[in-house]
Design a protein around this ligand. Structure first.
Ligand SMILES: Cc1ncc(COP(=O)(O)O)c(C=O)c1O
Length: 460
């Protein structure tokens, strides 16, 4: 190891506080340190190459190392490095807002910029509360969201998050959030107590739980339903056919805002710009972030239906909410250049065309005894690991700990694949490569997974 490498590793060990990380895991080993990327690959501090099977963190849509995005950032920083969107506009934010509005489904025309996804979720809940206060339904403030869903870490977004373990240490959180079942069709028998529901039946059952929750809470107290197009945490639960349409009907019936949290799913992850185009629905609000700049600079947004902006158009009303860096000029410029790449390289078409190939690569792993389910959409897939395929018996907490943390995460990384082994629900491996990936990368992913999962099974 060279001295500069040693210095970086030591600085990380002594001073970095990693996110969602057990630092004890690095007492005996160095913190993996990534220094550069190119296309679908990243390189660590020792020069070893890894396939980026998670696009960083569902972020790097156009792949690593794009010079034109770096240049867009430099050009904007020279022209206007910073100005806030507090009572003032700047050209790149205006242009980006217009471009996003043109690509959303329906009349979602009003863009409130943030610096990331959690802030977008937070903003959406606050808007929902204020909108109803301004329109004569002041009691409407609660939100409905789904079990195991992750919606971010600010205390409002965390209240909406459906993962109890992430919340316990920070209670009490913002009151007024209620959980309903998610769209995990693989576990539908356990969730419903009814055997053999088709995806359509289960989708309607799950959507109707939202209606029951609204009725139980009192429709005049419920402001919004938050759901992802494909739920991430738990391992990529796609919506069964009819699910989003039924959610839309329910929200219309009870005058509740439908918020599509697309922090992961927007910007091509599913092969469409937004989830509504993939699954044929129009929400009232979209929250998004991550892929908007492919990670070359941070930004997020809450995109609201024109009617939600109406009460803010006149008088002394304002949305008393904002972030210094929301809609940062450099990030907005990078986002525009990123969207240019999407168009020029037809990335949406590329993902849609390759989705069946990616699915097939992962479906091929179903012959392994540990692979219980493969599910997802676009370039966003989860593989659920089970102890017994026939009964779908899952691993208990200790086994899961040994399997995922003790073995799989590290083994996959050592084998050259960066992806996620996760047990926020049942144990899953998640894959979401950059949208530029193709057959070669899929084959590499399939081959590494086969080797490591085979070894994992031998250890069970
Ligand atoms: C659906 C969803 N919402 C919100 C967030 C929070 O986004 P951020 O980490 O940018 O605050 C995430 C992050 O992964 C997410 O997946």
């Amino acid at each position: 190891m060279t001295q500069p490498e040693h210095d970086v590793l030591k600085a990380a060990e002594d001073h970095l506080w990693l996110h969602f990380t057990r630092h004890s895991a690095y007492q005996q080993s160095e913190i993996p340190t990534i220094v550069r990327g190119e296309g679908s690959y990243v390189y660590d501090i020792h020069g070893k190459r890894y396939l980026d099977g998670l696009a960083g963190l569902f972020v790097v849509q156009v792949g690593h190392g794009r010079q034109e995005l770096a240049e867009a950032a430099a050009k904007q920083a020279q022209e206007l490095a910073f100005f806030p969107l507090w009572s003032y506009a700047h050209p790149k934010a205006a242009e980006l807002a217009q471009r996003l509005a043109a690509q959303t489904p329906g009349d979602l025309n009003r863009v409130f910029f943030t610096t990331g996804g959690g802030e977008a979720v937070e903003s959406a809940w606050k808007l929902a509360k204020q909108y109803f206060k301004l329109t004569g339904k002041p009691l409407k403030h609660k939100v409905i969201s789904r079990q195991i869903a992750y919606h971010g870490t600010p205390q409002g977004a965390l209240a909406i998050t459906g993962i109890p373990a992430f919340k316990q240490m920070f209670e009490p959180l913002v009151p007024g959030s209620v959980r309903v079942p998610n769209t995990n069709h693989y576990r539908a028998d356990e969730i419903t107590g009814v055997k053999g529901m088709t995806p359509e039946e289960y989708g309607l059952w799950a959507a109707d739980r939202v209606a029951r929750a609204i009725e139980m809470e009192g429709p005049d107290t419920v402001a919004a339903v938050f759901a992802e197009p494909v739920q991430n945490a738990g391992g990529c639960f796609p919506p069964p056919p009819g699910y989003w349409q039924r959610l839309r009907e329910i929200c219309d019936e009870y005058d509740v805002l439908l918020v599509s949290d697309e922090v992961i799913c927007a910007f091509g992850r599913l092969g469409t710009m937004f989830g509504g185009q993939k699954f044929d629905y129009v929400p009232d609000i979209i929250t998004c972030a991550k892929g908007m700049t492919s990670g070359y600079s941070p930004i997020g947004a809450m995109i609201a239906h024109e009617r939600l902006f109406e009460p803010f158009k006149s008088g002394d009303t304002m949305f008393a909410h904002g972030y210094t860096f929301g809609g940062h000029p450099v990030s907005a410029a990078v986002a525009l250049a990123n969207l240019d790449i999407f168009e020029r390289e037809d990335l949406l078409g590329h993902v849609t065309k390759n989705e069946p190939l990616f699915k097939q690569t992962l479906d091929d792993l179903r012959d392994l005894p540990i692979v219980g389910d493969v599910r997802g959409a676009g370039y966003f897939w989860g593989i659920e690991l089970v102890k017994d395929k026939a009964t779908k018996e899952t691993f208990d907490a200790d086994e899961s700990e040994r399997l995922l943390r003790g073995f799989l995460s590290k083994a996959l990384f050592d084998a050259g694949l960066y992806c996620r082994a996760d047990d926020r629900g049942d144990p899953v491996i998640q894959l979401a490569p950059p949208l530029v990936a193709g057959l070669k990368e899929f084959e590499e992913i399939g081959s590494i997974l086969r080797g490591v999962l085979t070894e994992a099974w031998a250890r069970v």
